[in-house]
Design a binder for this molecule. Sequence first.
Ligand code: ZN
Length: 378
Amino acid sequence: MSTAIRGIGELVTWDDDQPIRHDAGLVIDDGRVAWVGASDQTPAADEVIEADGAAVIPGFVDSHTHLVFAGDRAEEFAARMAGRPYEAGGIRTTVAATRAASADELAALAGARLAELHAQGTTTVEIKSGYGLDVATEARLLEVAASLTSETTYLGAHVVPSGVEPTDYVALVTGEMLAACAPHARWIDVFCETGAFDADQARTVLQAGMAAGLKPRIHANQLGYGPGVQLACELGAAAADHCTYLSDADVSALAETGVVAGLLPGVEFSTRHPYPDARRLLQAGVRVAIATDCNPGTSYTSSMPFCIALAVREMGLTPTEALHAATQAGAWSLQRTDVGHLRLGARADLAILNAPSHLHLAYRPGVPLVARVLRASA
Ligand SMILES: [Zn+2]
């Protein structure tokens, strides 16, 4: 089965020679990008889609979500907007609701959220556990996540549950819980932050996961300056996410190691914290991704276009840089070469916009501009 898209007003491929084309055509064969060129030279195909001048972009790669949970924290959000500060312990509220939910209930909730992501142009998504904090629930969350994506992350070390000694909890996360969760996960993650896990604890967690065959990524430097980014660089993590408070040494380490800085502007929106300075990172040579961090406490958005708009308005990225951060750099964050771009051979995961240019994603914030999403089935 082949599909040709003709009359593309603007085609973003992130090809080195010509990252953005105009008046373009694209042919998909067997789920892969098989041809890119001028619209009027587009080869014949089994199915033809007329883009009528619309923009076509790679599907978004959302490299950081917590989609599997029960309950919501709308009241906490409202209180925060009325002046109450965010504290990491709010996670425990979601843990109570999530532990009480069955696997079927969690799968239905997460599936509905995933449908929201897809409708807004996201074609690859990472999903973390972290609202179980006991062996059975963490494993249940990862089984649900694995039914929805191959990019699953074991985040048993999200926060220490109520009534448990931190030392005992780290032992559980790196022992029995890891054994139960590793078969369902690709990644290991830890929330390295005051109020969550310190550098030594985070290193212990990540190294245990790595010994079990998982690849490391980290929540770091969200609520203040701290050791998380340096730890990510020390261990060769794929990504250090949040990166809201960075020292010059942190920025240098990210640039030297190639660890992707995953910026999550929905969090700063929802917590009223200062936004990270993406411009500073790009100028230093850091690889910058943006993601939704879709979660019930600090960023309950499933919209990558919203995050692009915030990244442009609040973090110093141009619209083109923000799109790159939401696609190609998201793929870097997940160490994927087959998604995040539309070069020859890429998975044919793409969005056709109801707009002539990707600039509209930031220029027209809050407007549903994703007209159609194509996703390769294999
Ligand atoms: Zn997160």
